[in-house]
Design a protein around this ligand. Structure first.
Ligand code: HEM
Length: 129
């Protein structure tokens, strides 16, 4: 009868687990975000339909504007437009950057992007703002 030492079995399980993570990561990074033009984003400027662009990523912040700790009006000034400067100029914590992640709906079309780190949501959260 064949006998596999316990550590061998654990090693095999470990390798399988790593393989699974690699495959999943590849699938996730390959899945493409929807792309929008500045013009398309500009149609979403209302309180009940409020999108913004921050560092080339497009966010639907409709459900967040009323919760914004800095106030509702200040955010509405940027509804449907690029709020990168406004967001980065104000004292926003990493918590604020992390919050953003759940509102992503897409990214700007390539020709209209302005930042090197476009479409890298992890890069954005890891940055100092
Ligand atoms: C669109 C432009 C924005 C402007 C001009 C702005 C402005 C501000 C200001 C002035 C404060 C400070 C409030 C205070 O200390 O009294 C603040 C706080 C905050 N904002 Fe914004 N904000 C913007 C967008 C956003 C977005 C998109 C998010 C996240 C989805 C966000 C999340 C927060 C959070 C969580 C705080 C509390 C402090 C912190 O944790 O950083 N803000 N904001």
């Amino acid at each position: 009868m064949l006998f596999f030492p316990c550590y061998e079995v654990i090693n095999v399980l470990h390798i399988l687990n790593n393989l699974q993570s690699i495959i999943l990561n590849n699938l996730l990074t390959q899945s493409k975000r929807k792309e929008y033009t500045l013009k398309e984003v500009s149609n979403h400027y209302r309180e009940n339909d409020c999108w913004m662009i921050i560092r080339d990523i497009v966010y639907d912040l409709t459900n967040f504007i009323k919760e914004h700790p800095g106030g509702h009006d200040i955010m509405m000034e940027y509804a449907g437009s690029d709020a990168t400067m406004a967001f980065t100029d104000k004292p926003h914590s990493k918590h604020a950057s992390r919050l953003l992640q759940k509102y992503i709906v897409g990214e700007l079309v390539f020709e209209e992007r302005m930042y090197d780190n476009m479409s890298q949501e992890l890069t954005i959260t890891e940055q100092e703002w």
